[in-house]
Design a protein around this ligand. Structure first.
Ligand SMILES: *Cc1c(COP(=O)(O)O)cnc(C)c1O
Length: 439
């Protein structure tokens, strides 16, 4: 597999290089030079395969000989060791639950696969790999749990002090081992600025082997195609041949992976990009003008992104053909008010508790179906990106009572929390990174 930079298609790198660099020097994003189609025979009989089998078929088709077959199989079985069930709400409406991994959000797919790919490529005796990640909540937990215990790696997570939910904080601070957490006295943007500066700091770069685990890494994108194909397999078992997917979107990595799956041959009728007030993409599809804005805070805070980093990839996949993208992707935005109503409605109508991000995807699916009735033989699926227990503060009293705590969370409360508090100045962070070298 070769990849190019979206800013310079002449610059080609190996998969391994793209994984460790995360981003090309020219600030483009890595994209596969060629997007191969899955074997049609396989797609026609996909209902016969399990999630790990489907994942292996996709990964080996994309990566070719980057990782030998048996190693890739073992890697996938280790990374994708939880379910992604399609749950039926009514005859034609389904929710794809992506929150059954260790951190209870879909980011587990990307983080677990990426951590294992990095570990695979690390040679014995090589310098310790220092993974830096800034998080507004969900990314940090997935990355921490993804890398926990992975040899020759160490993770440093920066989160905004007091601005993540209890469960999110516990997922960052109770790991010990090779995972370190820093509560930054500032916002998520401050955390991200510190990480960015670290990557351009000569002192840090000369002493540590830094890498980033953010959502633009190609090794996070690829495994997200697995659950789209696997959802289709489940729907085929129920007699459907085509699907509409509604995806709650922030950085547009999730829907980007769906579109990559489509390019690889997944029969999708329509994608729906669902956003909150951070509506750069809905505005772009409506007006043709791409104008990013500073992010605004909403109840669906994992989607509070004003400049979606993966949008470039989607434009690249469709050769900047806006008309084509508009045909395939409809976009809708919803306010906090509407989000709460959506959560309520899903509960009243289907007796199903959905997190705010999931509710936005549901609302978008409904808006789409209202504008353009969906034929009976097409499944309508909205993606559930996180478990409700990660966002209890958003739920009104009566719904909040209904939130259940999965096993992953109950054990968190018994663990010891450990983190350091730092200011948002770079000097303090730099010094800590340089001097607290021992685990
Ligand atoms: C990260 C996240 C999103 C947004 O996904 P993108 O790939 O950034 O579009 C949506 N919901 C939840 C719960 C998330 O954690």
């Amino acid at each position: 597999m070769k990849l190019y930079s979206t800013n310079n298609t002449d610059l080609k790198v190996s998969f391994q290089e793209a994984v460790f660099n995360s981003m090309p020097q020219d600030k483009g994003l890595y994209m596969p030079v060629e997007i191969p189609k899955l074997d049609q025979e396989f797609i026609d009989h996909i209902e016969q395969y399990s999630l790990p089998e489907i994942a292996y078929q996709i990964a080996s088709t994309l990566l070719k000989d980057e990782i030998p077959a048996n190693d890739l199989k073992a890697l996938i079985e280790d990374a994708v060791n939880f379910e992604a069930p399609v749950v039926e709400l009514d005859q034609q409406t389904f929710v794809l639950e992506l929150f059954h991994g260790p951190s209870l959000a879909f980011k587990d797919f990307g983080a677990r696969f990426m951590s294992r790919v990095m570990a695979y490529f690390l040679k014995e005796g090589e310098q310790l790999l220092d993974v830096l990640v800034a998080t507004s909540g969900d990314t940090g937990g997935a990355v921490a749990l993804g890398f926990l215990g992975v040899p020759n790696t160490r993770v440093t997570i920066l989160f905004p002090k007091g601005k993540v939910s209890d469960i999110q904080r516990l997922q960052l601070t109770t790991n010990g081992g090779n995972i370190r957490a820093i509560a930054v006295d500032g916002t998520f943007d401050d955390c991200q600025a510190l990480v960015k500066q670290a990557f351009s700091d000569e002192e840090l770069k000369s002493r540590l082997r830094l890498t980033s685990a953010n959502s633009i890494n190609i090794a996070r994108l690829i495994p997200q195609t697995f659950y789209y194909f696997n959802a289709y397999a489940q729907l085929k078992r129920k007699g459907f041949d085509e699907v509409v997917f509604s995806v709650p979107s922030g950085n547009f990595g999730n829907i980007g992976a769906g579109l990559l799956a489509y390019k690889m041959g997944l029969p999708v009728k329509q994608f729906i990009a669902a956003t909150n007030a951070n509506d750069t993409v809905p505005r772009f599809l409506a007006t043709g003008t791409y104008e990013t804005r500073p992010s605004v805070q909403t109840y669906a805070n994992a989607m509070d992104v004003g400049a979606p980093s993966n949008w470039v990839r989607i434009m690249d996949m469709f050769h900047n053909d806006l008309a084509l993208i508009k045909q395939l992707v409809r976009a809708y935005r919803f306010t906090d008010e509407e989000t709460l109503q959506g959560m309520d409605e899903i509960y009243q109508q289907f007796n199903y508790l959905a997190c705010p991000h999931t509710a936005i995807a549901y609302l978008a699916l409904k808006a789409f179906a209202k504008a353009k009735p969906v034929a009976n033989d097409i499944a309508q699926v909205f993606l559930s990106t996180a478990h409700t227990c990660k966002f209890p503060e958003v739920f009104a009293g009566d719904l909040k009572q209904k939130i259940t705590l999965p096993a992953q969370v109950q054990s968190l409360r018994e663990k010891k929390e450990e983190y350091v508090e730092l200011g948002k100045d770079f000097e303090g962070f730099q010094e800590w990174m340089l001097n607290k070298v021992e685990l």
